[in-house]
Design a binder for this molecule. Structure first.
Ligand code: PEP
Length: 258
């Protein structure tokens, strides 16, 4: 079912004590009812802090305050892959979500659409929900190639799955030129690409699947501009980088849905 979602991608930020403080602040503010129950909140800290995040994602009555996600996963199921973390490790800890194909992984670690597809497959096998990132560079946009590129990322990364599996996936549209730059896509630009992604999905999996797909916007989304972005018909929430590192800002973003 199409959900409103706000996910925080901490990236490689926060030493242990700062991570602990942020998680405490988030739990407290969400527990105090500062979050609408209609929004699924997801926190994606570095894997080292997963256990702490999972502990603090539940209150004393063991009610779930937010979901916890990883920032990446191995494309392999298990074995001699030093430094990697597998989908079954994540699921065995209670991690519910995992970001895949973030532009920083594509750029700095050479991640390809084919690897994205394998990672998504591993996650689906373990019932971890993939949040799959697609998005164009400034160069691609200026050359008018962005629709073709996004279509290709979606098709290569996600169209090898049966409908039954595809429906578990969340897509995040993250224009690379907007990530960490303070240069947000306009609500109209975001809406245009989100509607395009939904159309591409509809061509392959049909109207019902496309209608139920959650598509998040990411790229300098913050406490000031979230409401306008989230008000767009095809924007179902956000994947938030920098602004997820302050509890107050993140909670303001969570409460930005009309
Ligand atoms: C991200 O990296 O997923 C992201 C959206 O970053 P920022 O919000 O900092 O642009």
């Amino acid at each position: 079912m199409r959900k409103k979602i706000v996910a925080g991608n901490w990236k490689m930020n926060k030493v242990f004590q700062d991570a602990e403080e942020l998680l405490y602040d988030l739990s407290e503010q969400i527990e105090d009812g500062q979050k609408s129950s209609k929004v699924e909140v997801i926190v994606c800290p570095p894997c080292l802090y997963m256990e702490m995040a999972l502990d603090l994602s539940r209150n004393e009555e063991d009610e779930r305050l937010f979901g916890v996600g990883a920032q990446d996963v191995s494309e392999h199921a298990q074995g001699a892959y030093t430094g990697e973390i597998s989908a079954d490790m994540l699921s065995s800890m209670g991690v519910e979500y995992c970001i895949v194909g973030h532009s920083e992984r594509r750029k700095y670690f050479g991640e390809t659409d084919e690897q994205v597809a394998r990672k998504v497959e591993r996650l689906l096998e373990e019932d971890v929900t993939p949040i799959v990132c697609v998005g164009e560079s400034l160069e691609d946009r200026e050359a008018g190639r962005h629709f073709d590129l996004i279509r290709s990322q979606v098709e290569k990364g996600l169209f090898g799955f049966k409908q039954l599996d595809f429906v578990k996936i969340i897509i995040a549209y993250e224009p690379i030129w907007a990530i960490g730059t303070g240069k947000t896509a306009t609500p109209e630009q975001a809406q245009e690409v989100h509607a395009f992604i939904r159309k591409v999905v509809e061509e392959k999996y049909g109207k019902e699947v496309a209608r139920n797909l959650s598509i998040l916007y990411g790229g300098s989304c913050n406490a000031k501009n979230a409401a306008e972005l989230f008000a767009q018909d095809d924007v179902d929430g956000g994947l938030i980088g920098g602004a997820s590192l302050k509890a107050e800002d993140f909670v303001t973003i969570i409460n930005s849905f009309k």
